[in-house]
Design a protein. Structure first.
Ligand code: CA2
Length: 146
């Protein structure tokens, strides 16, 4: 089983600023840990981080036939992007939406997701540990264990 782990704009800056919201781990730390979890689960993972909405759409389109599922933290595009929503519909790849912070406890403009209605599940507020929880949950879903 192959899972794509996609991160959107500014998530390449994780661990460098706003640690009170996003923690102290860098994206490289998160990806290294997810690689270990994937090994434990017996799945393959691939990692993508893009700052542009169109670049993310292209990465999602490229998942068709290659990935069995995806995790995405689309950053600020999570609140606005019909294009990313549509791309997942087009490729028909099941995905879990992940947020490090609890978006529902933040500014009003962050309390809505354009992606959530197409997602298998949404995890928000567990810090970077949410990626691990989401990976475990997605694999369990895809193997009919959840
Ligand atoms: O909580 C999340 O994971 C977010 O998706 C993170 C996005 C934000 O726009 C969403 O509303 C919620 C922002 C990611 C920016 O990450 C930074 C990390 C360190 C320093 C600066 C930005």
């Amino acid at each position: 089983m192959r899972i794509a782990i996609l991160n959107g704009p500014n998530l390449n800056l994780l661990g460098t600023r706003e640690p009170e919201i996003y923690g102290r781990e860098t994206l490289a730390d998160v990806e290294r840990h997810l690689g270990d979890v994937a090994g434990e689960l017996g799945v393959e993972v691939e990692f993508v981080q893009r700052n542009g909405e169109g670049e993310l759409v292209e990465c999602i389109q490229a998942l068709r036939g290659r990935a069995d599922g995806a995790l995405i933290n689309a950053g600020a595009y999570s609140h606005t992007s019909l294009a990313i929503h549509d791309a997942f519909r087009a490729v028909d790849v099941p995905f879990v939406e992940v947020h490090i912070s609890n978006i529902f406890a933040r500014e009003p403009e962050r309390r809505h997701s354009t992606l959530a209605s197409g997602a298998l599940a949404l995890l928000s507020g567990f810090g970077t540990y949410g990626y691990e929880l989401a990976l475990r949950g997605l694999v369990a879903k895809l193997t009919s264990r959840a």
